[in-house]
Write a protein that binds this ligand. Structure first.
Ligand SMILES: Nc1ncnc2c1ncn2[C@@H]1O[C@H](COP(=O)(O)OP(=O)(O)OC[C@H]2O[C@@H]([n+]3cccc(C(=O)O)c3)[C@H](O)[C@@H]2O)[C@@H](O)[C@H]1O
Ligand SMILES: Nc1ncnc2c1ncn2[C@@H]1O[C@H](COP(=O)(O)OP(=O)(O)OP(=O)(O)O)[C@@H](O)[C@H]1O
Ligand SMILES: NC(=O)CC[C@H](N)C(=O)O
Length: 723
């Protein structure tokens, strides 16, 4: 029995209900772990069926197929000789549990159900599973016949227990459990469990890795121990991107870290850890006394399987893996990499021929196009690194096999095959500048670019009203009313949507691309526009998928400024300096439409409203109370110099205006294009931010009256102070 132990964790790019694909990735990770000399391997949460199976967890098939895949795994002798911690759903006494199955050499040692289910934001585990609410209790699980014959027994243990090997003990906690105030690893550590596995289905949001890593570092800093973090990676069929980053942490130090964004379907991370370091770390007096006082005792399931041997201790070629500095990406890199990896998974899994972006010459569709370009760069890097799966996918999607099997040499070359950009101008509304910016960007990234005008279609459609009811709607600048102005704007916007789909469906065939097929249309409404409803329902904001729908204008601008340098795209500079405009109204000598003027608020203010509404959970009155302090405070007391300054009356007006537009436009969120989830202030109505979409008029609401009452109090106080 030795004290040097090699352990493995992994990230797997699983896909919901891809039973045989998921199993093959699990087996591949076990082979890689064994090849690295590991004797314990942990995989992501629910890895057999894929984490985001959602309401499929209500179907018995999912439990049956999970058992069938587990049986295959147990039967496969190439996976023997290593302790396995595998994730799958299990039906036990008619209740559904989210479980870890711990097995060795074709036999199950323990089934450990998740105790603290994830149930906020995007997570609805309580809808699908029952939590195991009996800490440190176990009972017998009746094995179905297909497993009983392998096990040579009819039952195995089910519940909250740990595994004891000759040299150490290890226990499993599952994803959310780490985030809870009384995480299971605390009691396990106090009871002498030295290795904790954490199998996660943890999604990416911008700047989130820090939170996750701090929790793990803190856990092992306080309790000591070896922590093995496994996570899913990629798009498994939902709006979430799972950001892998498998890690091994020892006593508060990271010793191994996998990639957060990559196109590797299987990534195994291993380290050799010294159990004696855990023992010394824990032997500190105060911790020792707490451990002695703890009454939490775990049932230990004994196995004679050794994680290491005394031979290892005298093998001087074996050494503990040294601590490293954890690696974080900047926000700009996160957008480029997360968006790029997600779009590649979506493309290769949807079986379509590529993407199409309606490119307006503005910053949002520009950001979407640059994310597609980032995808092409990531793919090229993976080809360069010899990723066989990516090579196979490129041949299939970009049909390079048909052209002599030569793979693309540059991201632009790939871009030209899988990415179309479409500028759809109007003679009076579109400026030369936007048309030129779109063309310049397309040339720089190599997309197949189409530049056309939609005036004929627009005029023909407009004539339907003129010819049928004898009324000719006019723009405001031509003397028309508000309603006429809106109707004409929305008409253009919707014609663009129809045109985008038309081209998306026929272009691969028209270009004689082998296999034809359709392009997926990408949307590019940013998070603020969605929230404020500053978009036309069913225009180009209605697309197949939107990579930037949960990202705000400020982060998008940072991303474009970063890409200008890091992707060597000088043409991006002009996008950054342009005034955001919808170009839906005719441009005259003294009028050009502008987003911020139209919206009655700036994009910066929109981000603040969006965060306070969702993250701080503030309604109109609460938001007024908060902002009157942030925005009306005397300049010299201000913490943030960039924050706007407004009088209390102006703050009241701003907050009311925001909630008014939010309420009357909320219906647009119900039909908004699915967006890649990158931020916890996303207004996505369908999965994340569940709200009504028919509100009473806010101008007459009690909450607005309360703002007025509060404003009166504030103004009286200010007036009396001045006297
Ligand atoms: N309570 C409710 N529940 C369900 N649906 C409701 C509804 N109230 C209205 N509606 C529907 O929504 C329609 C009004 O919404 P909508 O048609 O979007 O039209 P609307 O919101 O009136 O106008 C679109 C606005 O977006 C602006 N915009 C800015 C930037 C870009 C773009 C662009 O398109 O490129 C547009 C444009 O300047 C204009 O101010 C109604 O005609 C009705 O069909
Ligand atoms: N002239 C155009 N040609 C092609 N697509 C357009 C054009 N005008 C608008 N679109 C599409 O409609 C979407 C919504 O238009 P809008 O004017 O609101 O742009 P936006 O959301 O501010 O984005 P952008 O910054 O790209 O203009 C754009 O993102 C773009 O995809
Ligand atoms: N699957 C889970 O338990 C995930 C929940 C966790 N709070 C996370 O975001 O990572």
């Amino acid at each position: 029995m030795g004290h040097l132990v090699t352990v493995a964790t992994c990230s797997l790019n699983q896909w919901v209900l891809d039973w045989e694909g998921n199993l093959s990735r699990i087996i591949e990770s076990i082979h890689q772990a064994k090849a690295a000399g590991a004797r314990l391997r942990v995989g992501p949460e629910l890895e057999i069926c894929g984490y985001s199976s959602l309401d499929h967890f209500h179907e018995l098939d999912v439990y049956t197929h999970s058992l069938e895949m587990l049986r295959r795994l147990l039967l496969d002798e190439s996976t023997h000789g290593i302790l396995l911690d595998v994730g799958m759903p299990v039906l036990h006494r008619n209740l559904r549990y989210n479980c870890r199955v711990i097995c060795l050499d074709g036999k199950i040692l323990l089934i450990r159900p998740k105790m603290w289910l994830a149930n906020d934001g995007n997570y609805r585990e309580m809808r699908h599973f029952t939590p195991w609410m009996r800490p440190r209790e176990t009972e017998l699980f009746h094995l179905p016949k297909m497993l009983a014959d392998l096990q040579g027994d009819t039952h195995v243990l089910f519940g909250d227990a740990v595994i004891s090997t000759p040299e150490t003990a290890f226990g499993a906690e599952t994803c959310e459990e780490l985030f809870t105030p009384k995480a299971p690893h605390i009691d396990m550590a106090l009871d002498g469990v030295e290795v904790i596995t954490n199998s996660s289905g943890s999604h990416f949001t911008l700047r989130k890795l820090d939170t996750r890593l701090q929790l793990i570092l803190e856990a092992t800093r306080k309790s000591g121990g070896v922590y093995l973090y496994a996570n899913q990676q990629g798009c498994d069929g939902e709006r979430l991107y799972f950001d892998g980053c498998a890690m091994i942490i020892v006593n508060g130090d990271v010793v191994a870290q996998g990639s957060q964004f990559s196109l590797n379907d299987v990534e195994v991370v291993t380290a050799t850890v010294d159990l004696d370091e855990v023992r010394s770390y824990r032997a500190a007096m105060s911790r020792g006394m707490q451990a002695a006082a703890s009454t939490a005792r775990y049932q230990r399931i004994q196995t004679p399987f050794e994680l290491s041997s005394e031979d290892d201790d005298s093998d001087i070629t074996k050494a503990p893996t040294l601590p490293i500095q954890p690696h974080y990406h900047s926000v700009e890199e996160e957008i480029a990499l997360c968006g790029g990896c997600y779009l590649w998974d979506y493309l290769r899994r949807s079986g379509t021929a590529g993407y199409l972006v309606p490119l307006s010459g503005g910053i949002d569709s520009c950001a979407t196009a640059v994310i597609v370009y980032s995808m092409c760069r990531i793919v090229l890097q993976a080809l360069h690194d010899g990723n066989a799966q990516v090579a196979e996918d490129v041949k299939r999607i970009a049909r390079y096999a048909g052209e002599g099997g030569v793979l693309p040499k540059t991201p632009q070359e790939l871009c030209n095959q899988v990415f179309t950009t479409l500028y759809m101008g109007m003679k009076k509304q579109s400026s030369r500048e936007t048309r030129q910016r779109a063309a310049d960007l397309a040339a720089a990234i190599g997309s197949y670019h189409v530049d056309l005008d939609i005036d004929d279609v627009y005029e023909a459609q407009k004539r339907l009203v003129v010819g049928t009811v004898g009324f000719e709607p006019r723009f405001k600048v031509e003397g028309g009313s508000e309603q006429e102005n809106l109707t004409l704007q929305c008409l253009q916007a919707r014609i663009r949507m129809v045109t985008a789909y038309e081209f998306g469906q026929i272009l691969p065939t028209a270009r004689k691309r082998p296999g034809g097929g359709s392009l997926l249309v990408l949307g590019s409404a940013n998070v603020g526009e969605g929230l404020r409803g500053y978009l036309t329902k069913y225009d180009c904001s209605s697309a197949d998928i939107n990579p930037i729908g949960s990202i705000d204008k400020a982060d998008l601008k940072r991303f474009i400024a970063w890409a200008e340098k890091n992707f060597d795209l000088p043409c991006l500079h002009d996008f950054l300096t342009a005034v955001p405009t919808a170009e839906l109204e005719p441009i005259t000598q003294d009028y050009a439409q502008s987003d911020e003027a139209d919206m009655g608020m700036t994009y910066q203010e929109l981000t603040i409203f969006g965060r306070l509404r969702k993250l701080n959970k503030l309604g109109p009155f609460g938001m007024f109370q908060r902002l009157v302090h942030d925005w009306s405070i005397d300049r010299e007391h201000k913490a943030d110099d960039d924050a706007p300054y407004y009088t209390p009356a102006q703050v009241a007006e701003k907050v009311k205006k925001f909630f008014h537009f939010y309420a009357i436009n909320r219906h647009k969120m119900t039909t908004l294009t699915p967006a890649l989830h990158c931020n916890d202030y996303s207004p996505d109505d369908n999965r994340f931010d569940l709200r009504p979409f028919l509100y009473p008029p806010f101008w007459k609401s009690w909450s607005f009256k309360r703002i007025d009452m509060e404003l009166e109090k504030i103004e009286k106080k200010r007036a009396s102070k001045k006297q």
